[in-house]
Design a protein around this ligand. Structure first.
Ligand SMILES: NC(=O)c1ccc[n+]([C@@H]2O[C@H](COP(=O)([O-])OP(=O)(O)OC[C@H]3O[C@@H](n4cnc5c(N)ncnc54)[C@H](O)[C@@H]3O)[C@@H](O)[C@H]2O)c1
Length: 439
């Protein structure tokens, strides 16, 4: 008997188109990884959709299916990629330049990577000061540029025969901007597109094009794209899911692991200083103060929300939090992050924690791209629309309803994500109460 509480989910039949503005380090690491995994020469480490399980029912039942068997997700073999970039390099050339993956691996996936050639990007240097794009759409108003992107998408769909699509922004970080009057309503925004309003960014033009065509949109970068009323109105109107922003991959990931632990033991925080060195193109873009400001804002908000100084004034009211990113070319994508955490315990006695994370930015981000693409497609087929808060797990600054505060604690985020999957399939939500085992 089918469970009457199950959410109707359209099957994942046919091919899934993955639309990616920005084909740099993260995107090429994702695409090369997909090809390597399909050929059995690599494993999807870090991906919840590929390796994660979800416990169902009581602990005594022993039911923990793989997530990909529990909910109908698109298969990796059924994914077709379409990218835009402001430079002409194909995915193989861009991956070589990004310098994340070893040549011995790239050579084995050279053919499919070479076949992915980016379409000319929508670009405005006012929003990414450090790049001088040469492969860009020229002429026309911002509305006409959005129409060009829509036409690109239609042509890709025709060429590849995909039945569904999802878009994920993996382009450079745009300069910090806050929502303006032009972002207030869809009508204002469309009027702004026609009048080339300077406050409408390229990422918003891609997002508009996607949402207009009923395609889900996820934002992997820290700038505001869909965090504004006009595009949320369009998402609701066209029944499309959106989520963002800024992949939670490295230092903030560590922060959201450690901070909930300190809070759980009621250990106080006096200060948290985070710095890192990074030498890839992302680092170069973030060397511009406007782009860095976008990152600073998303990186800074997690601690305040997790520690809730208003509820715990003795512990977290006045801590000092500073975040730095230093562009240092010799390191390329192999970022190194340092955290110095000044904490205090019983009777206020001070202690220190030091974290030195020698990570690889794109290796950490690629599985998040995969999961987001698959979960956004699932959300669309399950009839979910607007902000997908259950995907907060993946972001430094999760989008949320205006009356709520964002949930940053990674353990709560994971529980929320898995409970959403249980809810979709009509399974009991897991509260971890557990009293029934001791009756
Ligand atoms: N761990 C991570 O790597 C990580 C974590 C969080 C967020 N991010 C964000 O993800 C994004 C991608 O990171 P990356 O390391 O791949 O950066 P990258 O610089 O290697 O790649 C970005 C690409 O976007 C292209 N681009 C810029 N503006 C564009 C436009 N308007 N249209 C089309 N293409 C455009 C650039 O030419 C470049 O190839 C950045 O915004 C970064 O801040 C990355």
């Amino acid at each position: 008997m089918p469970n009457p509480d199950t959410v109707p989910i359209a099957p994942a039949g046919g091919k899934l188109g993955v639309l990616i503005p920005g084909m740099g380090a993260v995107t090429t690491t994702f695409i090369a990884g997909l090809e390597a995994i399909k050929r059995g020469i690599g494993k999807p480490i870090g991906s919840l959709t590929q390796l994660g399980t979800v416990r169902l029912g009581k602990r005594t039942e022993g039911r923990s299916p793989a997530i990909r068997d529990f909910v109908p997700l698109a298969r990796l073999e059924d994914m077709e990629i379409c990218c835009w970039d402001i430079f002409e390099d194909n995915a193989y050339e861009a991956a070589v330049k990004a310098g994340v993956l070893e040549m011995s691996l790239l050579e084995q996936v050279k053919e499919p990577l070479e076949a992915i050639k980016p379409l000319p990007g929508v670009f405005d240097q006012q929003f990414v000061k450090r790049l001088h794009g040469t492969h860009v759409k020229t002429g026309g108003t911002k509305m006409e540029q959005a129409e060009m992107v829509m036409e690109d998408i239609r042509q890709f769909q025709k060429r590849s025969g995909v039945s569904r699509m999802t878009m994920i922004w993996c382009g450079s970080t745009e300069v910090f901007h806050e929502a303006d009057a032009v972002h207030a309503t869809l009508k204002d925004f469309e009027c702004g597109l026609r009048q080339n309003h300077p406050e409408i960014s390229p990422s918003q033009i891609y997002a508009y094009a996607a949402l207009k065509l009923g395609i889900p949109f996820a934002n992997g970068a820290p700038h505001m794209t869909t965090d504004m009323p006009a595009l949320l109105e369009l998402a609701r109107q066209n029944k499309v899911p959106v989520c963002g922003k800024d992949f939670k991959s490295g230092q903030t990931f560590m922060k959201t692991l450690v901070a909930p632990g300190l809070k759980s033991r009621l250990l106080g925080l006096q200060g948290w200083f985070s710095t890192n060195i990074l030498g890839n193109r992302d680092g170069e873009v973030l060397d511009d103060p406007g782009s860095f400001r976008s990152k600073e804002v998303t990186k800074s908000s997690a601690l305040e929300h997790i520690l809730q100084g208003q509820l715990y004034p003795d512990l977290y009211r006045d801590f000092y939090h500073k975040v730095r990113i230093e562009y240092y070319p010799p390191r390329g994508d192999a970022k190194e992050g340092w955290d110095n955490i000044d904490i205090f315990g019983w009777l206020g006695y001070p202690m220190q924690i030091k974290i030195n994370f020698l990570c690889r930015d794109s290796i950490l981000a690629a599985p998040l791209v995969l999961d987001l693409v698959l979960f956004m497609d699932l959300a669309q087929r399950a009839g979910m629309r607007g902000i997908q808060e259950w995907l907060s797990f993946y972001f430094k600054a999760p989008m949320h309803a205006p009356e709520l505060y964002p949930e940053h604690d990674i353990f709560i985020q994971l529980m929320k994500l898995k409970n959403t999957l249980r809810w979709m399939r009509g399974e009991d939500l897991i509260t971890h109460l557990g009293l029934e085992y001791y009756d």
